[in-house]
Ligand binder design. Structure first.
Ligand SMILES: C[S@@+](CC[C@H](N)C(=O)[O-])C[C@H]1O[C@@H](n2cnc3c(N)ncnc32)[C@H](O)[C@@H]1O
Length: 329
């Protein structure tokens, strides 16, 4: 939610906060300045744990899905179109008043503006900071209601905006195939998504438990449907602050490499440090990454042995053993 656009909208009267009732702010991220809104009447809806937790710490009411009824709803457009549309349609049903849509040009705000003009009553448009904010009333968004997503490979549930919602990620598949047939002990799947790697790990002999750690609440809910083995445990958490209880023998991961729209290798590098910090002294990390991502240096920094397992034109796989440090750097 861009603070300067929101401020201008409030100043110009393009958007007036209703006198009473709950105001939904849907999808804001860490650092978004919401000080122009009446905090005690705001409900933050955010399914990504680190951002959810940030607003909770600031004293906001928080939720993982749109509830209502709301007197107004402000939406920060997400990247995924299916998620944005489902969000707008649900917000419309849950809100008696105006819907404020805010987004960057790179998130396609112009195309939503065109669409909304066809579907409802759009007021003044605030253009600033490479994005737009506009207010919609009485929009007909019924055809955008989330439809049941098709199952992946006939057996995996996913969800709108969830990573690899339309099919198994080829990198994750390559890692699943490269894992040894026996894996002794307890495994953490860091950034588990809807559970593809955890499912593969649980087919290995010797695995005593798998902890699926995932920040996207919707992905984790899908994982609970996909991974029904009693050895699985589910943690809605930030991989970078998650503390495993007990000894972890293996970490498997296909770490995220986006912060918003931009590629950011630091997140994946922090995942590698977090993995090293939770493993037992002779523990194993099994990692797949897109070829262009610079993970070799951090792997060498935090593990005694780093073994490239395979290279394809798109991916590289690593097996790293014996973390050097017992604390996260
Ligand atoms: C590349 S996907 C891999 C998903 C899954 N393991 C698979 O192979 O299909 C990375 C996952 O990390 C999750 N993620 C991103 N940031 C996270 C964080 N700080 N803590 C935990 N999970 C996070 C994303 O939501 C996404 O599901």
């Amino acid at each position: 939610m861009n603070a300067s656009r929101l401020h201008l909208a409030l100043e110009s009267g393009a958007f007036d906060v209703p006198e009473g009732g709950l105001v939904a702010v849907i999808g804001p991220v860490r650092g978004d300045d919401l000080s122009d809104l009446p905090k005690d009447r705001v409900e933050i809806i955010q399914r990504h744990y680190p951002d959810h937790h940030y607003f909770e710490e600031q004293g906001f009411q928080v939720a993982t899905s749109i509830g209502g009824p709301y007197a107004a709803a402000l939406i920060r457009l997400p990247r995924a179109k299916a998620e944005a549309r489902a969000m707008l349609a649900r917000a419309q049903v849950a809100t008696n008043g105006p819907i404020v849509v805010d987004g960057q040009k790179t998130d396609g705000v112009d195309s939503y503006l065109r669409d909304m003009r066809r579907r409802g009553d759009v007021g003044e448009v605030i253009s600033k900071a490479h994005g737009k904010l506009f207010v919609v009333r009485d929009a007909n968004l019924s055809e955008w209601h989330a439809v049941e997503m098709p199952m992946v490979e006939g057996r995996f549930h996913t969800g709108a905006g969830v990573f690899s919602a339309d099919g198994v990620d080829p990198g994750s598949r390559a890692l699943a195939e490269a894992l040894p047939p026996k894996m002794k002990g307890r495994v953490v799947d860091l950034g588990a998504g809807w559970g593809f790697l955890a499912d593969a790990v649980l087919q290995r002999e010797g695995v005593t438990g798998v902890d699926l750690v995932e920040a996207d609440h919707a992905a984790l809910e899908a994982a609970k449907l996909n991974v029904t083995d009693p050895r699985a445990a589910f943690h809605w958490a930030d991989a970078l602050t998650y503390r495993a209880t007990g000894a972890v023998d293996h970490v498997v991961m296909n770490p995220p490499f986006h912060q918003g729209r931009s590629v950011d290798a630091r997140l994946g590098q922090d995942f590698i440090r977090a993995a090293a910090g939770m493993l037992v002294p002779k523990g194993h990390l099994w990692l797949v990454a897109n070829r262009h991502l610079p993970y070799e240096t951090v792997l060498e920094d935090v593990f005694h042995q780093v073994q490239p397992m395979a290279n394809t034109p798109s991916f590289k796989l690593f097996h790293a053993t014996s973390p050097k440090r017992r604390s996260r750097g």
